[in-house]
Design a protein around this ligand. Structure first.
Ligand SMILES: [Zn+2]
Length: 131
């Protein structure tokens, strides 16, 4: 696969609102067979309707982090981490803009990533972002 050189620290945000994100790899949407999330119908940046690549991310709390974490039932404990949720990243095949869908269903939020989201500190809700 040809990769354009990108001036980014990370291919995708390594953190999401301070939580660790475990990305599972890019795939075509045809391969997404379990509860396909609602997808952006076209690229907001360039308008193409070409099928975006999708990368599923599992969001975990980070026991090493000093960030406050939400208390979650111990049943979800996994190697000291707690499952926070799932995100899906969509990459435009034409302009490589990434859009992240946070959550599933009608409550899902769509975020367009900017360059700061690819830093090691990851992506933060702009409203609650440290300045
Ligand atoms: Zn695009």
């Amino acid at each position: 696969m040809t990769q354009l050189p990108l001036p980014r620290d990370n291919d995708l945000p390594p953190r999401w609102d301070g939580h660790l994100v475990e990305w599972h790899g890019w795939e075509t949407q045809l391969d997404v067979f379990v509860c396909p999330p609602p997808k952006p119908t076209c690229c907001r940046a360039c308008g193409t309707k070409a099928a975006a690549l999708v990368n599923r991310g599992t969001v975990w709390t980070d026991p090493e982090s000093a960030n406050p974490v939400v208390a979650i039932g111990r049943a979800r404990l996994r190697r000291g981490r707690h499952l926070v949720g799932n995100v899906h990243a969509y990459r435009c095949p034409d302009c490589r803009t990434d859009t992240v869908l946070d959550g599933l269903g009608p409550d899902a939020q769509v975020w367009e990533l900017d360059e700061t989201d690819y830093l090691d500190t990851g992506s933060w809700d702009r409203a609650g972002a440290p300045t």
